[in-house]
Design a protein around this ligand. Structure first.
Ligand SMILES: *[C@@H]1O[C@H](CO)[C@@H](O)[C@H](O)[C@H]1NC(C)=O
Length: 333
């Protein structure tokens, strides 16, 4: 009897293992986090910051101070980081003090003691990329959550975080003289193909009123780096086909708003968390440009069932640009 029991449970375990591996390989591998808005009215607000970790230097501390003030005023639900979290070369290890010196000890305001959702930027890949993904950092500061690609389901909005660094060709050729930590990405080709497939599936299945995609690199930008052609080719078509409202990124150290001329997508750059003022605008593609600011600051997003409001702030907390859009309450997806 005992032997039969063991063999039965063994068979059952095998079946479960096979079944779950089948499920996980055919369904979205993107981890999903639930973050219901705290407001009883179902409105949602958050701040977006990028390109910041410099131990307070280059106005990082000033930006942090104003984020605290605006975060309080808007009663934010969480903070989004568009990557390049730690300069110059990411974190060396989970023990790297840059984590405390550039994050914990900088964003000290009460309103910023919320969950932070972060992606990796190209500078993060120049260090130990996996260190930033480690649960150890969450023990040091429970606000921290950084993964390569994942989904935050905030009911009213679904936010899709995409690891854009592996898309960019130059990091795999000469790397502009830098080395990148690609362990964990054994095959670039299948990594990108799976990510696009998972994203496409998750976007298609989303019933959220607002669909937001976050990545480090810009799809469209007139700043220093300009458009990221690899994302224009591979990512943009997926966003256009799935009614994405906003694409938010960092990488260019500026604040910027470009409206797509072929779809309702708004391209929003918030990469001004510390070093900025590069002063080298691309004169190229200015189609749809609504706003550009070369200095430091951050962005806020406020959403309700029917309205979205985006605002950009400088280091004094002044609003530099504000943009709103409306949706019908029962607008079909
Ligand atoms: C800090 O911000 C002020 C105001 O925008 C600017 O004048 C100054 O150049 C900034 N400092 C740095 C180091 O970028």
């Amino acid at each position: 009897m005992a032997a039969l029991f063991i063999s039965n449970s063994f068979v059952l375990t095998c079946c479960l293992v096979i079944l779950t591996s089948m499920l996980f390989s055919s369904y979205a591998e993107l981890l999903r986090f639930q973050h219901p808005p705290k407001s009883p009215h179902g409105s949602l607000s958050f701040l977006v910051l990028g390109d910041w970790g410099r131990r307070g230097a280059f106005n990082q501390s000033l930006v942090a101070l104003q984020m605290g003030r605006i975060g309080e005023k808007l009663d934010i639900d969480f903070v989004v980081s568009t990557g390049d979290n730690f300069y110059e070369n990411g974190l060396k290890s989970e023990q790297d003090h840059a984590f405390q010196e550039s994050f914990t000890k900088i964003y000290t305001a009460k309103s910023l003691q919320k969950q932070w959702y972060s992606v990796l930027g190209n500078h993060d890949y120049r260090g130990n990329a996996e260190a930033q993904l480690s649960p150890h950092l969450r023990n040091l500061d429970s606000r921290w959550l950084c993964l390569r690609s994942f989904i935050v389901d905030a009911e009213l909005a679904e936010i899709f975080f995409v690891d854009t660094t592996p898309f960019v060709d130059v990091y795999f050729s000469d790397g502009e003289g830098h080395s990148y930590d690609w362990k964990g990405i054994p095959s670039r080709k299948s990594y990108i193909a799976n990510l696009i497939k998972d994203l496409e599936l998750a976007l298609r299945e989303s019933y959220a009123k607002w669909k937001i995609v976050i990545g480090h690199h810009a799809i469209r930008s007139i700043g220093h780096h300009g458009d990221t052609q690899e994302l224009v080719d591979k990512l943009l078509p997926v966003l256009m086909a799935n009614n994405v409202d906003f694409y938010m990124n960092g990488h260019d150290h500026c604040l910027e708003h470009i409206s797509d001329t072929k779809s309702p997508i708004q391209f929003l750059t918030s990469g001004a968390g510390s070093k900025a003022w590069r002063g080298d605008l691309k004169e190229l593609n200015r189609e749809g440009l609504k706003f550009f600011y070369d200095g430091q600051g951050f962005m806020s997003v406020q959403l309700t069932q029917t309205e979205a409001e985006i605002a950009f702030y400088d280091v004094f907390g002044n609003i530099l640009h504000r943009w709103t859009t409306t949706k019908l309450l029962y607008q079909s997806l």
